[in-house]
Design a protein around this ligand. Structure first.
Ligand SMILES: [Zn+2]
Length: 101
């Protein structure tokens, strides 16, 4: 993986974080990473949690890049997914009773 550019952006649209697959709403501060791999250019958004976690990894672990959701494979990664999961559970409970979605 060759890094082309790497900068912080306030997103204008919702984006899924590449590292943890969580969808973040518009106007979130995220890191946009543009890279090339085998002549293909790709860009990905990363959330703050994932960026901080990546800084704890050794260089050799980062150099090949990560598959989508790849950080979730690390045992010591605390996923921001745990929060939306709780919210979803609550929503389903509400749907049975009051909620009209
Ligand atoms: Zn993330």
């Amino acid at each position: 993986m060759n890094l082309v550019s790497d900068y912080k952006v306030i997103t204008r649209k919702p984006h899924h974080c590449w590292g943890c697959t969580v969808e973040y709403p518009a106007k979130t501060l995220m890191e946009r990473i543009v890279s090339t791999e085998g002549g293909i250019i790709s860009s990905a958004y990363w959330c703050k949690t994932c960026m901080e976690f990546m800084e704890t990894l050794e260089a050799f672990e980062r150099e090949d890049g990560f598959e989508y959701g790849g950080l979730l494979n690390y045992d010591n990664y605390i996923s921001p997914l745990s929060l939306p999961k709780i919210n979803r559970a609550n929503l389903e409970i509400k749907k049975d009773g009051v909620f009209d979605d």
